[in-house]
Design a protein around this ligand. Structure first.
Ligand code: ATP
Length: 270
């Protein structure tokens, strides 16, 4: 596959301001920001900076966004790859990609490595071992564990990984000195949905003052990604109707459209 497996973005524009709600998770990752900004302060007393943390929660809840915000707040480079990129990979390629990624991050440290969908490589070993590609997945996972164990105490690279299936992960990943912290990133409640609307309404030209409580009440079960989608869709609906600004009705139409999409998706799954 020619997919780009990791990309470094010295993009320091994502900040905690872009992440609505998730107060508890933000508080937990704030500590990681401090470690990255000022590693010596923490190691001077003999402490070891954590090497990894697992961001656990449903799709679209802001795990990637939060990881980018950590890098942005600490002003360090962000290296990322997705576990799903390793599916159907030729023998040896997965492990060597992981090796390259860690080498690059170490060269540019302090840095953040983000592994999305870690369950695609980090599922418990020795299960479902009937497909050939599984061996390569294991090689990749083993390389990841080797890299994390190989970090010195002053490597100053912190690995954040995201999953919505922490239960299927190989326990070896969660051992001390690896992903030994779990940070929960849940679906937003009413108040958080309101805050997410606030963030995603920033670039939208609205025709009237929108009642955000009302919008939040119309969107139970929506993730942050769904709400971002609603705001974008509303602007497109209004534009299609040659409007000069987006109205409340456009938002309601957008909500209907997203609900329709979600229902379709659920039908395919069940
Ligand atoms: P997945 O598990 O599907 O990879 P994720 O949890 O990593 O999802 P993101 O990719 O971070 O989710 O979220 C997608 C988009 O949804 C973000 O880029 C952002 O626009 C919006 N979003 C999600 N959560 C939030 C939030 N808490 N605040 C603001 N925007 C959010």
């Amino acid at each position: 596959s020619k997919a780009k497996l990791f990309d470094e973005k010295t993009d320091t524009r994502t900040s905690f301001k872009d992440v609505a709600g998730l107060e508890g998770a933000k508080e937990e990752v704030q500590e990681i920001v401090e470690f990255l900004k000022n590693p010596d302060k923490y190691t001077s007393l003999g402490g070891k900076i954590p090497k990894g943390a697992l961001l656990v929660g449903p799709p679209g809840t802001g795990k990637t966004l939060l990881a980018k915000a950590v890098a942005g707040e600490a002003k360090v480079p962000f290296f990322s790859l997705s576990g799903s990129d390793f599916v159907e990979m030729f023998v040896g390629v997965g492990a060597s990609r992981v090796r390259d990624l860690f080498k690059q991050a170490k060269d540019k440290s302090p840095a953040i490595i983000f592994i999305d969908e870690i369950d695609a490589i980090g599922r418990a070993r020795g299960k479902n071992n009937f497909t050939g590609s599984n061996d390569e997945r294991e090689n990749t996972l083993n390389q990841l564990l080797t890299e994390m164990d190989g970090f010195g105490t002053n490597t100053n690279v912190i690995v954040l990984a995201a999953t919505n299936r922490a239960d299927v992960l190989d326990k070896a990943l969660m051992r001390a000195g690896r992903f030994d912290r779990q940070i929960y990133v849940d679906l937003p409640d009413l108040r958080e949905r309101k805050e997410i609307f606030e963030v995603h309404l920033r670039p939208i030209k609205t025709a009237e003052t929108l009642d955000l409580d009302f919008l939040a009440k119309q969107t139970p079960g929506f993730s942050g990604a769904d709400i971002a989608n609603v705001c974008n869709e509303a602007a497109l609906i209004a534009a299609r109707k040659e409007k000069k600004a987006v109205t409340k009705q456009d938002f309601l139409d957008a909500v209907d459209r997203i609900v329709g999409g979600l229902e379709k998706k659920n039908k395919i799954i069940t």
